[in-house]
Design a protein around this ligand. Sequence first.
Ligand SMILES: Nc1nc2c(c(=O)[nH]1)N[C@H]1C(S)=C(S)[C@@H](COP(=O)(O)O)O[C@H]1N2
Ligand SMILES: [Mo]
Length: 400
Amino acid sequence: MGTDARALSRRAFLSATALPIADGLLQQQSALAGDQGGEKGTPLKSGLVLRQRQPENLEFPFHSLESFITSNDRFYVRNHYPVPPVDPKTWKLKVEGSVDKSLELPLEEVLKSESRTMTVTLECAGNSRGFLVPKENGVLWELGAVSNAKWKGVSLADLLDRAGVSKNAVDVVLVGADAGPVADPKSPGPISFARSVPIEKVKKNEVLLAYEMNGNLLPVAHGFPLRAIVAGWYGMASIKWLSRIVVLDKPFDGFFQSIEYSYFERKNGLPSLVPITAMQVKAEIARPTLYEVIPAGTKYRMHGAAWAGESSIAKVEVSTDGGKTWNGAKLLGEPVPFAWRLWEHSWDVPMTKGRTTCMVRATDSQGRIQPMERDPDRRNYMISHVLPIEVNIHSASSQD
Ligand SMILES: Nc1nc2c(c(=O)[nH]1)N[C@H]1C(S)=C(S)[C@@H](COP(=O)(O)O)O[C@H]1N2
Ligand SMILES: [Mo]
């Protein structure tokens, strides 16, 4: 690797760890929602939408989507527990389980490994839950529990090579420093936020342990000092405030992948709960927004983003008549593996005023297309069916 990356990030970290900057970050983090007032569902000063104050859950205002990269202060935040106190001076990453040699790595050691950079879109498995009827339990996200950033860190595969993974290993558990009790089913005390990833996915270099986000130190809200980025998967696997990595010879059955973040898969006609993994193909409309008033007889720029998890976007289509007819949208920029693709479409808005429903649907490179209807086997996760956005066409001449 170049001298730049290692030297620079090491310096950034060493100074960060020596100074009370980490305390500053913590204060900044807890001030994020608290200081800014705001009712649930309303925008904070940062522009993020408050969904829950404690633990802090903040939504990216998807209608403001303008660029491929989401800036750090606009990236959605999904927390299950209060942000854990992490002191970078004493922080260590434990690597244990089915390995030749357990490791306890201080931050410096992690930073010494060869760095990699990946642009990866994270979508919460509960994104768009607010659209479900009847109303579901859980955080009622609209369109913005999804964001895209450039992450820099070390490949989990490289780190595991140092520990020497046993040949019987099948699963790698990522454990966060945050923990809390679970009410239903009642847990025997606090449970850490944790999630496993199969060893094959790790070996493909698709799991990054990131310490930088969009060229800056990883913000506390996003997992400082180190978080996992599991490329192509829903966000729940991208463990923040990483503290332990446990290699197992059997699949892990933790709460956050067997009870929460699981869905019904039909095997021989029998529904069985399986962990949620890769993101489904999905497109969303940034503009127009729900109930937006659009002038009749004009050209309107519809735009948004589409993503397909471990696959890639082949096609995006839009409808402005409630799904009766569909038109191809233009895919913008170049495809980037594991990142969303922006799209746009120029709509010739009709002269007739009244309500109409806009829709978007994406198809991936394997021919998978977004369904029109919600699949109940998915419980209240993986909400990727076509979402109707009703708008009002308004004639410029009349005042109503
Ligand atoms: N330690 C820890 N990691 C976590 C979570 C958490 O609550 N604790 N939430 C997960 C979920 S459900 C999502 S969608 C992503 C969100 O990452 P972000 O807050 O950086 O957007 O973090 C994941 N990693
Ligand atoms: Mo999530």
